[in-house]
Design a protein. Structure first.
Length: 272
């Protein structure tokens, strides 16, 4: 089972009030620090994240944000810590870096819409290639994953303050899970872990502890995964993106209950 890294949380003493009575005791809180992602020596983005599983995070971010097309185009990944936070240094293929520089050059002097690396509203939601996998899943597998998700959330058990993204096999067993204070970061870490593990990501599905926004759908589809199950709700744009990408999107996945927002044909509801 994946254990949270020591940097993921800290121990401290807190004052508590229980049933109106004050006391003092130990507590553990999740860490949240600025994590700068640097490609070939050029800073690209700074994310507030839990400083654990940083290589997974970097690989997942690079792929889901289409900075690289494949993990083989990442040649090196290192990180350094200082008093201000953490910098992850990635060395990527020259062709990918040239594309990234062109994108950054296009952004210079333009009024953005507040999305990282986005030059205009028209580019806020990128087009996705429709998923080609024919993988299907049983509703019972989704229910099994939902039932066991909490026991795999070790950082949540320690701090009560993290999201999780889990990759589940087609029969509903959780094979990989990553946690972070940020829901997007947790999913990027999971995608990075999948890329580095050599597992066939398309053979399973993803379950997240948060709502499903369009970014979560984009990242899941970019990783080649055809089903995303969210414990919470979904947004309208997430439904639109999932529909266009051929991704099955589930919301309010709790126990044996869920709502299907797109491509229900990929999910078998047969009670057997």
């Amino acid at each position: 089972m994946h254990l949270p890294a020591a940097r993921a949380y800290r121990a401290l003493k807190v004052n508590r009030v229980r049933a109106g009575l004050p006391s003092e005791g130990p507590d553990r809180v999740a860490e949240e620090v600025p994590v700068a992602l640097e490609f070939n020596g050029v800073s690209h983005a700074v994310m507030m994240a839990t400083p654990a599983d940083l290589e997974d995070f970097a690989y997942g971010f690079a792929v889901t944000e289409c900075i690289v097309d494949a993990p083989s185009q990442i040649h090196d990944c290192e990180w350094t810590f200082n008093a201000e936070g953490c910098t992850v240094h990635l060395t990527i293929a020259a062709s990918c870096f040239a594309r990234l520089k062109d994108k950054r050059r296009n952004l210079t002097g333009r009024t953005g819409c507040g999305l990282c690396g986005t030059e205009s509203l028209a580019h806020a939601v990128r087009s996705l290639e429709p998923l080609t996998t024919s993988q299907s899943f049983d509703a019972a597998a989704v229910a099994l994953a939902a039932a066991s998700l909490r026991e795999h959330q070790l950082l949540l058990a320690v701090t009560g303050a993290s999201h999780a993204a889990a990759w589940c096999t087609a029969d509903g067993h959780i094979e990989l899970i990553r946690e972070d204070v940020g829901r997007h970061n947790a999913l990027d870490k999971l995608v990075g872990a999948l890329l580095r593990s050599g597992l066939d990501a398309s053979s399973g599905f993803v379950m997240i502890t948060s709502r499903a926004s369009y970014e979560m759908v984009q990242k899941t589809a970019t990783a080649g995964i055809a089903l995303l199950a969210a414990v919470s709700g979904v947004t309208g744009l997430a439904v639109d993106v999932a529909q266009d990408a051929g991704l099955t999107l589930l919301g309010f996945t709790r126990g044996t209950d869920f709502s299907i927002y797109s491509h229900p044909q990929r999910l078998s509801l047969d009670a057997k």
